[in-house]
Design a protein around this ligand. Sequence first.
Ligand code: VGL
Ligand code: ZN
Length: 209
Amino acid sequence: MTTITPAAGDALIVVDVQYCFCPGGELAVPDGDAVVPVINAIAPRFGTVVATQDWHPAGHISFASSHAGRQPFESITLPYGEQVLWPDHAVQGTRGAQLHDALDVPNARLILRKGMNPRVDSYSAFLEADRRSDTGLAAWLKSQGVTRVFCVGLAFDFCVAWTALDARAAGFEAVVIEGACRAIDANGSADAARAQMLAAGVTLIPMLD
Ligand code: VGL
Ligand code: ZN
């Protein structure tokens, strides 16, 4: 088995480790807070660390409550495509939107907020769901000499997967450390995400050596 260990040119992207995605939160991912100590142990091994923060305005288009008669976890068709509807979550300025206090990544250079457009969701740290609006992350990482990104955090099957897929599309190598992620796993979404990532050339590993 090949050993994958962080080196120059590698970045860690810590995705959405926020109270709303942890047990007790508005869009709780089962066992979501279990990623915190794992990420804390991994992060010092990277020279470049980025954290993302889902950061929606109240009334965001991804909220079921913004669509009359719709329930969380249903899908609807929006001008930019299919959108899963979620419980209200990650609302700017709320406790649920805060990064977990126990997340200890003092070497994070950039905290990238996403999902701020009221009419467009953004699972990915690179491109919003309209697949056109660019967050600038790819250019920033390239300016830092990054060629490979390691993705960890919440949720494996949504924001982590889309971030890893878009990293590949932007020309990076991408590794997802599954032991530092947890999944929502609605309607088989974890297996589907795994298959899509493998097909796109994302490397999935259980843990760093
Ligand atoms: C996420 C659903 C909605 C995530 C964010 O962080 O995976 N999932 N917003
Ligand atoms: Zn969201």
